[in-house]
Design a protein around this ligand. Structure first.
Ligand code: DOR
Length: 439
């Protein structure tokens, strides 16, 4: 698709230094070609008047479950990418627990083809580890990395035993991202608490110790082979404390907005909508995770967008699936925190874009500078609007944050220099591109 040159005029621009300045950004052939404090000549260009708006690099969400193929009743790559565009998410890294599982090159190719046909934003896919697919894990491409479910999974994608994990860490060099929960402990505690239907028990069954045990094992194996490790959705203060004491330079970790902003008190109002893996924790954990993020112990933010229908969520615990949607609320949630003084807007942008591009070695993304891809989001930091169910683009049609009054909502989102979302309107003909990952 051709991309018209365009000029973003008089935005408050976040520079790579973390400072803001008011100026113009010229975009041509999908790239940022000029960032200037003086007025750039805009004759014959499409002009976006960005007066009063803040320009940030588009969000790169490094953990989403978009359900296609096989689970399209929950979400698909079109609806999910519409939600991304509305939320200022211009690239995503998607997880392998679809049907079929993304455990082979052909399954990966199929997802890439589907995304090319349907996704409004840029896309990358994880390869899922099984105890048997080591050659695929080493060879398949392009992929952002290997996903290992050490717990909270069933069937082929569960790799919980050290003897099955060890060879995956030993062979190959690409990034390994772990869902760190101790499956044996979870199963034992499930038996112990059998019969309890209050969803709050979920946080006790899949408790903090279960998360810590698995994170410790992943760290041990990563150190044994000096293997690049990423710990997905860190949920507990004890894991953060562990990393604070001993985090090798080749290890990164992420946290979700819900583990920062929601806690076990949410079960009272949300019931099973608050059920996710790893589970929500106590309010004290929120504080420790925030501090770890502010101190750089946790490197970046992912939503773990994991939509399930309201019918599925109404089945009654423990028959309800775990997971909640997130891509269209994550940026305003975090920017609202920044405006409230919890962190800075520049930090939010680092955690949601710059640091993700760096960790996954995605070239030319995550900064506003000449030569970088024009994946951009213009946000309004002055207006507050609540999260409203009727506005949501995710197919599952609900959010755990409904009613939250947020600022920093995207006004315009650009993918590869094309407007994909503008003031409530989507441009569904725009297509993102396959992300590339440097070796
Ligand atoms: O709560 C979750 N749901 N956590 C995961 O890691 C998987 C996800 C899903 O796919 O539903």
């Amino acid at each position: 698709m051709s991309t018209e040159p365009l000029l973003i005029r008089q935005a408050r621009i976040l520079l790579p230094s973390g400072e803001f300045f008011k100026g113009d950004v010229l975009v041509r052939n999908g790239k940022i070609v000029e960032v200037a404090s003086e007025i750039i000549n805009g004759d014959s260009l499409t002009i976006i008047d960005a007066t009063g708006l803040t320009l940030l690099p588009g969000v790169i969400d490094p953990q989403v479950h978009f359900r296609e193929p096989g689970l399209e009743h929950k979400e698909d790559l079109f609806t999910a990418s519409c939600a991304c565009a509305k939320g200022g998410v211009t690239s995503f890294l998607e997880m392998p627990n679809t049907i079929p599982l993304t455990t082979t090159q052909s399954a990966l190719d199929d997802k890439l083809q589907r995304a090319q046909n349907k996704s409004l934003v840029n896309y990358g896919f994880f390869m899922g580890a099984t105890p048997e697919n080591l050659p695929d894990l080493i060879e398949a491409k392009p992929t952002c990395g290997i996903k290992i479910f050490m717990g909270s999974a069933h069937g082929a994608l569960l790799v919980s035993k050290e003897e099955d994990l060890d060879p995956i860490f030993a062979r190959g060099s690409r990034l390994i991202a772990v869902h760190a929960e101790d499956q044996a402990r979870i199963l034992e505690r499930r038996r112990q608490f059998a019969g309890i239907t209050d969803p709050a028990i979920h946080s006790q069954i899949q408790d903090e110790q279960a998360a810590l045990n698995a994170t410790q094992l992943a760290l041990k194996l990563s150190k044994k082979y000096q293997r690049r490790l990423h710990i997905l959705h860190l949920s507990t203060g004890i894991e953060a404390d562990l990393l604070r004491e001993d985090k090798p330079s080749w290890v990164t970790a992420e946290v979700t907005p819900q583990h920062l902003l929601l806690n076990t008190e949410a079960y009272a109002s949300l019931g099973t909508l608050a059920q996710m893996n790893p589970p929500l924790r106590s309010p004290e954990n929120n504080q420790v995770l925030w501090q770890a993020l502010l101190d750089g112990v946790i490197d970046f933010i992912a939503t773990d967008h994991a939509p399930h229908t309201l019918e599925e969520k109404a089945k009654g615990y423990p028959h309800t699936p775990s997971g909640m949607p997130g891509v269209e609320t994550s940026l305003p949630l975090m920017l609202t925190q920044a405006v409230a003084g919890q962190c800075t807007v520049a930090q939010v942008s680092t955690w949601m874009s710059t640091a993700v591009a760096r960790a996954y070695k995605i070239p030319n993304k995550g900064l506003i500078a000449p030569g970088y891809d024009a994946d951009l989001v213009l946000v309004d930091l002055d207006t507050y609007c609540p999260v409203i169910r009727e506005d949501l683009k995710t197919k599952c049609g609900w959010s755990p944050f409904e009613g939250w009054n947020l600022t920093g909502w995207p006004v315009i989102t650009l993918v590869g220099g094309q407007i994909v979302y503008e003031r409530g309107k989507l441009y569904p003909q725009v297509r993102g591109k396959a992300l590339t990952f440097d070796e």
